[in-house]
Design a protein around this ligand. Structure first.
Ligand SMILES: [Zn+2]
Ligand SMILES: [Zn+2]
Length: 127
């Protein structure tokens, strides 16, 4: 256990899980709740409006959506784009199609790697 200064408020705390102190973790959660509530009650607002109203940066609001914590509302239509094909999405980083494609590729790569690794193990054992 190491004591350190909270990078957010400067308070000395012991780092356990979160990189900021308890008070800041709670504060961050409260901000998130506030943003989520606001989006739910004002589905016609754009990201910039939500950010302004909740006193956070638009990047923070976008991050919540990217992290899958809130869904983009109707007012945010076209503001959240798939990081691969730039198609509008409402939550996460990629559209369903790109997620599927990426998963297939990852699985293919894993499969190839596992074959290669098996081969390598086999040859090293034999030599
Ligand atoms: Zn703090
Ligand atoms: Zn896409």
């Amino acid at each position: 256990m190491e004591a350190m200064n909270c990078p957010r408020c400067g308070k000395v705390f012991v780092k356990i899980v979160e990189p900021v102190c308890d008070a800041c973790v709670k504060a961050a959660e409260q901000i998130f709740e506030q943003v989520r509530e606001y989006v739910r009650e004002n589905p016609d607002k754009k990201i910039a409006d939500v950010a302004k109203e909740c006193k956070v940066t638009p990047a923070r609001v976008l991050q919540y959506i990217r992290d899958g914590r809130i869904e983009a509302s109707g007012g945010m239509q076209g503001e959240v784009l798939c990081s691969k094909c730039s198609k509008p999405i409402i939550i996460g980083r990629m559209c369903e199609k790109c997620i599927l494609e990426t998963n297939f590729k990852v699985n293919d790569m894993k499969y190839e790697a596992s074959i290669k690794n098996k081969g390598r193990v086999f040859t090293t054992r034999r030599t």
